[in-house]
Ligand binder design. Sequence first.
Ligand SMILES: [Zn+2]
Length: 149
Amino acid sequence: MEIIQNVIHYFLHFVFPLGIAFIFFRKRWKQAYLILLLTMLIDADHLLAIPFYHPCRCSIGFHPLHSYIAIIIYALLLLFPKFRVVSVGLLMHMVTDYIDCILLLIPVCGIKFREEALKDVMQLSKKVTKPTHSTCTTSKQISTKYMSF
Ligand SMILES: [Zn+2]
């Protein structure tokens, strides 16, 4: 499952944009492909989260640049020809992340992964600010907890 998931992930991130650039923006496909790849930079918003990586967290609806409001704005950018490539790239990024959530998080972390993950994140951030316990829950412990079904 993990291998298939990785293949789909990297295919959507690197190969699929190449196809989009070539089919829809043929005249300037190299530039379009570069812009499509650059839209991955919105993952920088993960750095705002504590911990910045959580194995059972779905980016969509969690990180600011992956929020539903942000997605609406990305879709509206389609209306402006100048921003169309950027818009397509950002929307494709959202779809890729969403497919990741469905393919990886639900089977591995369970359907309630989101609430569970959020609870753990809340606990972890409390522990970061107020270290009351000698043993601190690390992301690794969380990941083994979820990965072991
Ligand atoms: Zn993302």
